[in-house]
Design a protein. Structure first.
Length: 231
């Protein structure tokens, strides 16, 4: 497994969600710390993606999102399981939603046997729950063997940003957190939460994204959120 060393800045994840993103990622002279393969959005070009994997010069996080947590294509459990199984041997981390952690629990054992890290994630596209609700979900994620608990929630008000800040700054679970906002304050939340201790910050590989509040890799680097210095 590719470990997350203790660094002053989080590690950056470049999200690959289309064939065009794959092509951009392959051409990158300066890749991020990780690439995330959104397998639910890459299912139609899975053969091409697999062929190009050796040209992606960064460790991989794989995920096949549940439809109720932003997954594309309305993929069923078997389809998602097959995609994860197909790409598991190439991964440094596998990301499974908390709602799917029980039904996909077999992957937790496989990941552990293959020394692959486990991210358990929670997405809420309507609002940001209270910090104590998020803490309860983090404890549940830890019970499923999470190495990292990822949270992405709707954030349109300073109060909602405050909830995520409280959650990450009062973390007492000995569990790494990757925390970010989606929505009107999504972009600023990624900067603030990255500086508050989020171990991962996600960015689009291309200049455009359909996720409100998600920045591009170049925008993140322009804001100084990169643990590496410019070459």
């Amino acid at each position: 497994m590719t470990s997350l060393p203790r660094v002053e800045r989080p590690q950056i994840v470049g999200v690959i969600a289309s064939r065009a993103d794959v092509d951009r990622a392959v051409r990158m002279r300066r890749p991020p710390d990780f690439f995330e393969l959104r397998l639910d959005r890459l299912a139609a070009v899975a053969d091409t993606v697999e062929e190009l994997l050796p040209k992606l010069r960064a460790p991989l996080i794989i995920t096949a999102r549940h439809p109720r947590e932003g997954g594309s294509g309305n993929l069923g459990l078997r389809q998602r399981r097959d995609l994860l199984a197909r790409f598991l041997s190439h991964a440094s981390y596998i990301d499974v939603e908390l709602r799917s952690a029980h039904t996909l629990r077999s992957f937790a054992g496989l990941a552990e046997n293959k020394n692959i890290g486990r991210i358990v994630s929670f997405h809420n596209f309507q609002s940001t729950p209270s910090s104590w609700i998020l803490a309860a979900k983090a404890r549940e994620a830890k019970s499923y063997g999470a190495d990292i608990f990822k949270v992405a929630t709707r954030m349109d008000t300073p109060i909602e940003l405050g909830r995520l800040l409280a959650f990450i700054t009062h973390n007492r679970l000995n569990l790494a957190l990757a925390v970010m906002g989606i929505g009107k304050l999504g972009a600023i939340s990624r900067v603030v939460l990255a500086r508050a201790g989020s171990v991962l910050v996600y960015a689009s590989v291309g200049a455009m994204t359909d996720i409100e509040g998600q920045l591009s890799l170049e925008q993140l680097r322009a804001l100084g959120i990169d643990r590496r210095r410019n070459p």
